[in-house]
Design a protein around this ligand. Structure first.
Ligand SMILES: [Zn+2]
Length: 184
């Protein structure tokens, strides 16, 4: 299926992109437009870090484990496991990787090709919905600006011209942890 082309639309926040036949499901609670995807049925093994758009958004919004979809502790810190970039998880770090439960974290660092090369883990007290990663469109031509996903803040102007693919959170009050030292 072809993606529906975007149109210019005037919303409560001002001008931005929209779909011609928009439904309530096309926008998130911040009014940002999301890409439409067809649900693939009967998929085999989990695709670590290539999670489906809807699933990623739901996992981030409700802080569900990105692998099994189960809840993560409501009253305690959430576990985030990121690819190792040569330093621990930083205060305010941005990520599109939803949290994981401890058993799934142990599996994913063995099975996920990106994490197998090296990972860093942190317990995060305050994950904050920061914005989206998506394709920004030109406000005049409505053409996509580039093909790579750009991280765009909910607070900025560009978010109204962005077709979102991933929810981005920032991680606050982070405590680096060793997965082997955690209780399941
Ligand atoms: Zn899990």
């Amino acid at each position: 299926m072809r993606r529906p082309p975007v149109v210019r639309r005037v919303g409560a926040e001002g001008e931005g992109i929209g779909f011609a036949g928009e439904s309530a499901y096309d926008r998130d609670w911040r009014g940002v437009l999301w890409t439409r995807q067809i649900l693939a049925r009967g998929k085999g093994r989990p695709q670590y870090h290539t999670v489906h758009t809807l699933r990623q958004r739901r996992a981030m919004r409700h802080m569900l484990c990105q692998v099994c979809g189960g809840p993560t502790p409501e009253d305690g810190p959430r576990l985030f496991v990121l690819r190792d970039v040569g330093r621990p998880v930083e205060e305010g770090e941005r990520t599109t990787a939803p949290p994981v439960c401890v058993p799934c974290a142990r599996i994913s660092v063995r099975e996920c090709p990106r994490l197998r090369e090296g990972h860093v883990a942190a317990l995060v007290d305050r994950p904050y919905a920061w914005g989206v990663a998506g394709i920004v469109h030109h406000p005049i031509t409505l053409e996509p600006i580039g093909t790579a996903l750009q991280e765009v803040s909910y607070e900025g102007f560009a978010v109204r011209w962005t077709l979102a693919h991933r929810l981005v959170v920032t991680l606050h009050d982070c405590t680096p942890v060793d997965l082997d030292a955690l209780d399941a």
